[in-house]
Design a binder for this molecule. Sequence first.
Ligand code: ZN
Length: 359
Amino acid sequence: MKISKFQLNNYVLMGSKTDSNKKGTPFKGSAFLSAVEPKRENFVSLYDKQANGKLLFQGINCSTGHFELKKIVDLECSCCGQRMIPLDVVKELAAKTEHKKGEELAHRMKLMKKYFRPIEESVALEIADKARNNPNLSISQIVKELNEENIENLESQQKLVMDEIRETISKFPKNDQGKLFNFVNRSENLIELKNDEKFFKRKKFLWALKQLLETIEDTPLKDELIKIAEALPNSESSVSAFYAKYSRRGNNEIVRRLLTPAIATAEHIKPRSLGGLDNTANYIAECGTCNSNRSSMPYNEWFKQMPQMPENLQDYINNIAPRIERGEYPGYETYIDDIIESIKEETEGKLVLKNPLKK
Ligand SMILES: [Zn+2]
């Protein structure tokens, strides 16, 4: 039996922990089988490929945390094409920025601009403006002031959604309307309270609304109501909601949050929940925003929702391939062919990318 690099890695990584569980095996080399046995379901596709005389996954078995390619500075997201930032660099930038004030703080915001997504960019611009005019204020003091200036704005955004919620509740059966209206009124009081201890929280509201709807007989109006409520502003969709949420946080946390949507993550091409492997052959570097938007959606569906993805994936491959060829990532020699194969398989042959090193 040909032992691929994948199998060897697997044996080296897991063998010592599991040797005591050795069992009889139809394969030669019981050590190898005992090594994979604890996670046998993850290896079904590997065995299938072997059976067909074709072994796709040759990558390195590793956790997402050890995926080296997400540590490349300024790599573009394989999905949305926007610039990404490694987690270590986020920590560095936050440490360099957290105690800055005035012009220096404004300058730091400008330096990080290339990583900001639209909401974060607006926030950073306002922080920079305020820092220039108030050279003694720290970042968290600035955000606190911006929150006070924007709170009315946030309230009106929230109330618009609450009005829509009320309108939908009035379409529910009469019996159910009372408790739903009560709940919405109580929540709206929290919006108006402007109290440091008691304040409206979107997440809590959505959770409680879903709980309340559980007690009501099924109607399509329930889904409609939840969809409307989910439009309540949050720190990802509204500058005012950003200020409200981060007005109680420290300098370092605020800077890190501004960079978070751009953090490079290792995305499973085939989601773990659908049997995807923790292996570099199943990883691509993707920004935090795309990763969280996709969640565990099958790649085939995700790729239909992101029309620019084929081009961005090819750019990602074109960017990575020469680095691997130059020997910058030992162990990743088969990476490009591996992910081309994984993507092809996950998109049922619809997306076939090219390895630029193969003419
Ligand atoms: Zn992205």
